[in-house]
Design a binder for this molecule. Structure first.
Ligand code: GDP
Ligand code: IMO
Ligand code: MG
Length: 429
């Protein structure tokens, strides 16, 4: 079964958009299986830069069917705006995209609650897109599935029930809830645009897999932001790991042939939460963190927030390899490391119970990274198209990453453009 999952192995923003775009050259179906407009996947073609948030990164290839599956949460006006923008930029086939009638609708009260909570002590640095409250409604069984757009009368009732349940929370946070009329006034004009795209997408994806269509499952966020396996509670509210492709798209694990983990050559994180290898004051080498941010252009593609930057964390990568069952990796942004005065990687942790090469995900506040020095290099790498074009020290660094992941890097990315890529093997090799 030709199902391939692309999953972030770190805290998101590993370069999934670029790699999915490249891998989609031959894919027939691309499925986003989780998250919502908290994602920002960047695609660079020539001098053009496109950031997709809800639309799958396969959209630039006109013969590829793009699917938004039921693991997602969807903000209607953002979806429509994103589609209009893509049409304007020369991708009219975006209107052929299919959307699950069981994905959940993000409504104005979800955004309101997310924003209000972020003003308080419990802030975790969310994207304020309403992601958490929308998934809360889904698991509380009072959410609004996309299929409700087919019958706005029935949808009104669902909205009324959810608003009633949120009332005390909104009041306690000092906010003013919208009325049902206000919520519906926002939704109603968008429904006719979206209803024609609604389908039982799980059945369509399954049909494609049975017909042997190469199907790419595009992860959003990353392993360490996963609600079950991430650095809880500083996580998103969905299943961002490879297993999330099965639950989020509605396919069985036997349909997945390959799981490709996206590994940035260093680490970044946006928002709050533990980040043991972070290079920020008062830690030593904070200036190198600033340099990585500048050279790597590490600013959030959704909120514009500066991303926190730090050394590569190999125990975290081992953890991601295990949780996702990675059997290939794609390394991105290797070019950003050119010219660093020093280069370190975290190889293990010192914890109260001793030294470990595992990622101590449950006790990161009491764990201290142990580093190993790597040989830096000064040669530019963005022109490299095969491994031999890379300086020996960079090749060694790639080898170190492969060893930790326990599998081969099928792609080494050396720039944001499509051609700035070392493609070492095909997806199914
Ligand atoms: P995603 O959320 O995983 O899709 O990643 P983002 O798009 O949020 O962030 C990755 C950023 O790195 C984008 O600006 C990409 O254009 C850029 N990028 C991807 N691969 C490379 C690379 O190999 N080198 C450099 N310099 N930039 C890259
Ligand atoms: P992509 O797909 C990086 C982070 C937020 C915050 C936490 C919870 O582009 O890699 P949320 O709004 O989801 O409730 O915020 O998760 N976050 C991301 N960080 N990349 C992402 O997506 C992210 N999506 C959510 O910054 O720390
Ligand atoms: Mg991103």
């Amino acid at each position: 079964m030709p199902g391939v999952v692309v999953v972030g192995a770190q805290w998101g923003d590993e370069g999934k958009g670029k790699v999915v775009d490249i891998l989609t050259e031959h894919a027939e179906v691309v499925v986003r299986y989780g998250g919502g407009p908290n994602a920002g996947h960047t695609l660079v073609v020539g001098n053009e830069k496109i950031i997709v948030r809800l639309v799958p990164s396969g959209i630039l290839r006109k013969d590829t069917r793009c699917v938004l599956a039921q693991g997602m949460v969807i903000d209607l006006s953002r979806l429509v705006d994103e589609m209009d923008e893509l049409v304007k930029r020369g991708y009219p086939h975006v209107s052929e995209m299919l959307v699950s009638d069981r994905a959940h609708v993000i409504l104005s009260y979800h955004r309101l609650i997310d924003g209000l909570r972020e003003q308080g002590d419990g802030a975790i640095g969310t994207t304020k897109r309403g992601i958490g409250p929308c998934y809360e409604d889904k698991v509380a069984r009072r959410g609004v599935p996309m299929g409700a757009l087919r019958d706005l009368g029935a949808m009104r009732e669902l909205v009324g029930r959810a608003l009633e349940a949120w009332q005390p929370t909104i009041a306690a946070l000092g906010g003013k809830p919208p009325t049902v009329d206000e919520v519906m006034a926002e939704v109603a004009p968008l429904a006719p645009r979206i209803v024609p795209m609604l389908r039982d997408t799980a059945a369509i994806v399954d049909e494609g897999l049975r017909a042997d269509k190469y199907t790419l499952f595009e992860g959003a966020q990353g392993t360490l932001l996963d609600v079950d396996h991430g650095t809880y509670p500083f996580v998103t509210s969905s299943s961002a790991i490879a297993g999330g492709a099965c639950t989020g798209a509605g396919v069985g694990p036997t349909r997945i042939k390959r799981v490709i983990g996206l590994v940035k050559a260093y680490c970044t994180r946006v928002g709050g939460g533990p980040f043991p290898t972070e290079l920020a004051p008062p830690k030593p080498d904070a200036d190198l963190g600033e340099r990585l941010r500048k050279i790597g252009d590490e600013y959030g593609s959704v909120t514009g927030r500066p991303r926190r930057t730090g050394w590569l964390d190999l125990p975290a990568l081992r953890y991601a390899a295990r949780i996702n069952g990675l059997d290939r990796i794609a390394i991105t942004k290797l070019d950003v490391l050119t010219g660093l005065a020093k280069l370190k990687v975290c190889v293990a942790y010192r914890t109260p119970s001793g030294e470990t090469s595992d990622f101590p995900v449950g006790e990161l506040d009491r764990a201290e990274p142990i580093y190993r020095d790597c040989e830096p290099w000064s040669e530019r790498t963005s022109g490299a198209r095969k491994m031999e074009d890379l300086p020996a020290a960079a090749r060694k660094y790639v080898g170190l990453i492969e060893e930790a992941a326990g599998c081969e890097a099928m792609i080494v990315s050396v720039g944001s453009r499509r051609d700035e890529t070392i493609l070492r093997s095909g997806v199914f090799d």
